[in-house]
Ligand binder design. Structure first.
Ligand SMILES: *Cc1c(COP(=O)(O)O)cnc(C)c1O
Length: 322
């Protein structure tokens, strides 16, 4: 077995330099109502205001910035129907290289249009009959494209860590930090920044209760694979943690918590009503967990990463109207 070269905080710092002038330095927002309710001081890092609406731009842009001239010529290929696709498409456009995104035929028309709008080619596949990873690998081989996965890649992880780096730089050390968890790109990058900038901080990943493979993997010590979980948190419907993300999460994260779909809707409603923010279900995982922790957060300085705000508005209204 070869040992993997895991990214370090130095890679997060290098990513931050590459992102300068390209990524938004997103705002840190607060709510007096929430602070009173929890008896804590809560700081939200608002990646729903990142370019293309989610933190995924950070990892995608960092990874593509490191391409050799040869790789740039061939371009990038990614398979995703969500925020990673848009992050890759926008980054490729900014860096002037071709991008191909492999998407399921039944992907929301809006997302397909947004991806094409950034100038990427979209290749459709049948998610019940075809294997998207095989299609991606095939395209990479035949056309000299470089495949960038959504989370299990050192440059993607280092890029995602720049959000937490900015948060600590802005508000100083925190007692607790909560970050959404899918495949672990965001959480592992956040862990690198946390252990470097606020070593005493308790760091928690939060995933949908219906797909708590991360929690089970963390507690058992080996990566568990599950079927695609049924949850409204579409950004965290991953089936397993990554070979790069897992060891960092195991080493640097304190625990993995979960939130139900009903708790996510409650958190989304709080963001909309009290903070005037549209947050997608996956982006609300951190607040959903904090609302369950209550007493545990009393008197503490708490950071929460809002990971994204891309949600179809009619669906958003339907969820909040329930
Ligand atoms: C991708 C995504 C996540 C999960 O990130 P991982 O790096 O896969 O853990 C969380 N929230 C949003 C909005 C996402 O797009």
């Amino acid at each position: 077995m070869t040992t993997l070269q895991l990214p370090t905080y130095a890679d997060v710092e290098a990513a931050a330099k590459r992102l300068e002038g390209y990524a938004n330095r997103t705002p840190v927002n607060t709510s007096r109502t929430l602070n009173e309710r929890l008896g804590a001081e809560v700081f939200f890092k608002c990646e729903n205001f990142q370019r293309m609406g989610a933190f995924k731009f950070r990892g995608a842009f960092n990874a593509l910035s490191k391409f050799t001239p040869e790789q740039r010529k061939g371009g990038v290929v990614a398979f995703s129907s969500g925020n990673h696709a848009q992050g890759i498409a926008l980054s490729a456009k900014l860096l002037g290289m071709p991008a191909t995104i492999v998407m399921p035929q039944d992907a929301p028309a809006l997302k397909v249009a947004a991806t094409k709008g950034y100038g990427a080619s979209v290749v459709m596949y049948d998610r019940y009959k075809e294997d998207r990873e095989a299609i991606g690998r095939d395209l990479a081989q035949k056309h000299g494209m470089t495949l960038i996965p959504p989370y299990d890649h050192p440059d993607v992880m280092a890029g995602q860590g720049t959000a937490a780096k900015e948060l600590f730089e802005e508000v100083g050390p925190l007692d607790v930090l909560l970050a959404p968890l899918g495949g672990g790109g965001l959480l592992s990058g956040t862990a690198l920044a946390t252990r470097a900038l606020a070593p005493q901080c308790q760091l928690y990943g939060v995933e949908p209760e219906a797909g708590n493979d991360g929690q089970q993997s963390f507690r058992s010590g080996s990566i568990l694979h599950i079927d695609t979980p049924k949850t409204i948190a579409d950004g965290a419907q991953t089936q397993h943690l990554g070979n790069y993300t897992f060891p960092i999460i195991q080493r640097d994260v304190n625990d993995i918590l979960t939130a139900t779909d009903a708790q996510l809707v409650e958190a989304m409603r709080f963001f909309a009503e009290r903070m005037k923010m549209i947050v997608e279900p996956t982006g609300a995982l951190g607040l959903a967990a904090a609302l369950q922790m209550k007493d545990q957060l009393k008197g503490k300085r708490v950071g929460i990463i809002i990971s994204g705000g891309n949600v179809d508005i009619s669906w958003f209204c339907e969820l909040l109207g329930r």
